[in-house]
Design a protein around this ligand. Sequence first.
Ligand SMILES: NC(=O)c1ccc[n+]([C@@H]2O[C@H](COP(=O)([O-])OP(=O)(O)OC[C@H]3O[C@@H](n4cnc5c(N)ncnc54)[C@H](O)[C@@H]3O)[C@@H](O)[C@H]2O)c1
Length: 429
Amino acid sequence: MSSELTFRGHETQQVNDEYSPKPNKPWLSEIRPIRYMLREQRLVFVLIGIVIATLFFTLAPSSSSTSSSSSSFPTVRYEPHPISYFEHESKPTPYQQRSAVVHSFGKVPLGLKRKGLRIVVTGGAGFVGSHLVDRLIERGDSVIVVDNFFTGRKENVMHHFRNPRFELIRHDVVEPLLLEVDQIYHLACPASPVHYKFNPTNVVGTLNMLGLAKRIGARFLLTSTSEVYGDPLQHPQKETYWGNVNPIGVRSCYDEGKRTAETLTMDYHRGAEVEVRIARIFNTYGPRMCLDDGRVVSNFVAQALRKEPLTVYGDGKQTRSFQYVSDLVEGLMRLMEGEHVGPFNLGNPGEFTMLELAKVVQETIDPEAKIEYRPNTEDDPHKRKPDITKAKEQLGWEPKVDLHTGLPLMVSDFRQRIFGDHKEGGTVA
Ligand SMILES: NC(=O)c1ccc[n+]([C@@H]2O[C@H](COP(=O)([O-])OP(=O)(O)OC[C@H]3O[C@@H](n4cnc5c(N)ncnc54)[C@H](O)[C@@H]3O)[C@@H](O)[C@H]2O)c1
């Protein structure tokens, strides 16, 4: 049997409880939030909160700190360079239009942090690239390293692996690649003399990266080289000098490859409105250089540490200038953020003969180290020294670290990699 509950009371109840709304008071709903704020000293707490937030954002250090991240870098401070992509140009390029939408570089209100960029560094696992990556990450940018590990090493960037703003792609830039970024630092290149031959990276790789920059409206920076001056007939070398390069010599694949890369870069700039920057890098040294890639500073340091004689080619009177890597990275970043295309010489004008360099290495590592002379290599330039007037004037840049300061930092890193110990090779004030 189903049970049926029936309430019967309503049959006798008076139906006199009709809903009658209270008289409408519109002013009451408007002052309710004000009354709420005035109660229990809420307004006082809100005001205190505003004061604390203002103090915090005003006193907090800017995200665009330019100090070096690596303990191997001497403490060198550079004046911040104004970021201004829009001056002196009438028609905005695709990069400027894109930047205006995605990032407002113009005026960042006091206390607000600059929005991080998305940046590709090709060759970012190499010597220079990995130091550049350190600085970009430190500045707050998101970085994608594209590297085929031809001469680069994972160890150079491993300390970023847990950082969500860091990505590493194993890729050969002679194959096309599609990525969405704001800037491309194109460093990928077998840079040392022993890897010069048969390599299409400078031409095909540069073409691919320029194509990418055009497609996505990114700014593109090429790391060219002082080798474009060949065996120079002008000394020191200015950017206006066209060079003296042997097109069919043993070094030509590198020299002419970079010259072609510069040509392609300027063609994309003029013909396809790609925003480009060109750096001509002079000899650079520092921690994370390849141990045995045939470059003179790494050669001497590794030989002295291993108690082998220092190999000097020719009479040792040929000159070079040596730039510490943190100076170069600062120059590259200023160039990328600045408003000048270049090319710019980035190097240290301090000039040393090979024998003088050998002497500094002996003083730093082993005064007993012997020197061994060998016949000079073909097409070895007799003199190299950058004229950096243009970079000083237009980028506000000049190197700060001299050889006697920078070399011990490199020695310390080499010592650790060769012997696996942690002894300091020298200290820097
Ligand atoms: N260090 C110097 O003294 C110096 C001087 C002049 C110019 N440069 C230029 O600076 C850039 C960096 O040089 P570095 O000294 O760091 O050399 P590096 O050899 O340490 O770094 C080059 C990086 O590019 C990578 N790479 C090479 N070919 C590649 C390819 N096809 N695809 C992807 N990745 C590739 C290598 O694996 C390596 O990680 C180079 O373009 C070089 O020509 C350097």
